[in-house]
Design a protein around this ligand. Structure first.
Ligand code: ZN
Length: 335
C-alpha cells in the first residue's frame, strides 16, 4: 500500500545547517539554506538524469512562502560570514525565485555582510540580471552546474539541456561582473564506465579550473524518482567507487585554486562507496582535504577492494560493452 504523502510545509525551508568552509584561505562559519520553490525550469524538459531535487518543490509555493522560509532558516543559523542558498533549480530564474524574493535575500546578506553563494543554470545568467543583483549585494559567488565539459555526455548521459559553450558564456558574464565562480563537476553520470567517468571528471575539472574560484566534485548519488535510480534498481548503474573519487582529486588538485568534495550519501549503496570496510577512513580523508586543501590528507589505505576496483577500471567496457554493476555479481548484498 502506498504511504500517504506528507503534506509539504510551504513556509519552512527544506533544510538549513551550519558548516565550516575555507574562504579566502581562512576557515569561516558558513550557513546552508535549501529553499522550496516551484521547481527547476529544466524539470519540465525531462530533468537531469541524476537530479531528484524537484521532490522538494511544489506549485503551491508562493513568493511570500519563500521569504518566510528564508527568514525562519537564517534566524536559526546565528553568526555567519558566508551563506549558501540553494533551490532545486536556479536562483536567477525569476519564475522560480521572483525578483522581489531574490532582492529580499540579497538585501539581508548585504545587511549582515555575508558573502552569498547561489546556483543558476547558464541561461539565466545575463548582464541585465547581474547588474540588478550586484546593485544590491556585491559579495557573490555564483555556482554553475557544468557537470561535464563533454557535450555528448551533457546531452545523452545527463540530459542537461545546455552545452559547454553555454557554460563558458555564463562564466564570462559572471567574470565581467566581478563575482566569483564555483563550478560543479559530476563524477559518473549514467552510461559511462568507471574508467570513462574518471577521465570525464578529470577533463571537466581542468576545463573549469581556470575560471573557477572553487571546483566542487560531486560523485553521483542515487536520488529518488530519477533515471539513475531506475538503472540502479536494474543493476545497470553503480555509483562511483571512492577509489575513483580519490583518483580524480589527486589528479586535479594542482589545476585548481580550490577543489572540494563532500560525497552525498558516501559509504552507502546509493552514494559513492567501496567495500564497506575502508569507506569511513577514505570519506574522512576527503573531508579533511576539502577543508585544508592539503593533498597529503587524502588517504589511500590498503584494502583488498582496491584490486576489484582496478579490475573494473580495466575490463568493465570490454566485459559488458556498457555499464553494468559488475561488483554486485562478485559479492553478497550489503543492507
Ligand atoms: Zn575496501
Amino acid at each position: 500500500m502506498a504511504r500517504p504523502r506528507k503534506r509539504k510545509d510551504c513556509s519552512s525551508a527544506a533544510a538549513a545547517w551550519r558548516e565550516r568552509e575555507l574562504l579566502d584561505k581562512k576557515l569561516v562559519d558558513a550557513g546552508v539554506v535549501i529553499l522550496r520553490t516551484t521547481g527547476c525550469s529544466h524539470f519540465h524538459q525531462g530533468a537531469c538524469s541524476m537530479c531528484g531535487y524537484n521532490i522538494e518543490s511544489s506549485d503551491d509555493i508562493k513568493p511570500e512562502d519563500i521569504k518566510k522560509q528564508f527568514d525562519t532558516a537564517v534566524a536559526t543559523l546565528g553568526d555567519l560570514q558566508f551563506l549558501k542558498v540553494y533551490t532545486s533549480g536556479s536562483f536567477l530564474d525569476q519564475r522560480e525565485v521572483p525578483r522581489d524574493v531574490a532582492n529580499h535575500i540579497l538585501q539581508h546578506c548585504k545587511k549582515m555582510r555575508w558573502k552569498l553563494l547561489f546556483e543558476s543554470r547558464p541561461e539565466f545568467v545575463t548582464d541585465a540580471r547581474l547588474d540588478e543583483v550586484k546593485e544590491i549585494h556585491e559579495d557573490l559567488e555564483i555556482a554553475l552546474g557544468l557537470e561535464s565539459a563533454n557535450d555528448r555526455v551533457l546531452a545523452y548521459s545527463i540530459n542537461k539541456g545546455f552545452t559547454a559553450a553555454d557554460y563558458v558564456r555564463a562564466a564570462e558574464t559572471i567574470e565581467r561582473h566581478g563575482a566569483a565562480i564555483r563550478t560543479y563537476v559530476l563524477l559518473k553520470p549514467p552510461f559511462l564506465t568507471e574508467a570513462e567517468a574518471v577521465k570525464d571528471a578529470v577533463a571537466t575539472i581542468r576545463f573549469a579550473a581556470k575560471r573557477s574560484a572553487a571546483v566542487s566534485l560531486n560523485p553521483v548519488n542515487v536520488q529518488r524518482g530519477t533515471l539513475v535510480e531506475k538503472l540502479w534498481r536494474n543493476w545497470a548503474y553503480r555509483p562511483p567507487w571512492l577509489w575513483s573519487v580519490l583518483d580524480v582529486l589527486k589528479s586535479t588538485k594542482g589545476d585548481c585554486v580550490r577543489l572540494i568534495c563532500d560525497p552525498t550519501g558516501g559509504g552507502s549503496e546509493r552514494g559513492a562507496h567501496n567495500c564497506g570496510e575502508c569507506d569511513g577512513v577514505i570519506l574522512d580523508s576527503i573531508r579533511a582535504f576539502s577543508i585544508s586543501q592539503d593533498v597529503g590528507k587524502l588517504g589511500s589505505p590498503d584494502c583488498k577492494c582496491k584490486e576489484t576496483w582496478k579490475t573494473i577500471m580495466d575490463v568493465e567496457g570490454f566485459v559488458s560493452g556498457g555499464t553494468v554493476d559488475l561488483q554486485r555479481f562478485f559479492r553478497p548484498q550489503r543492507t
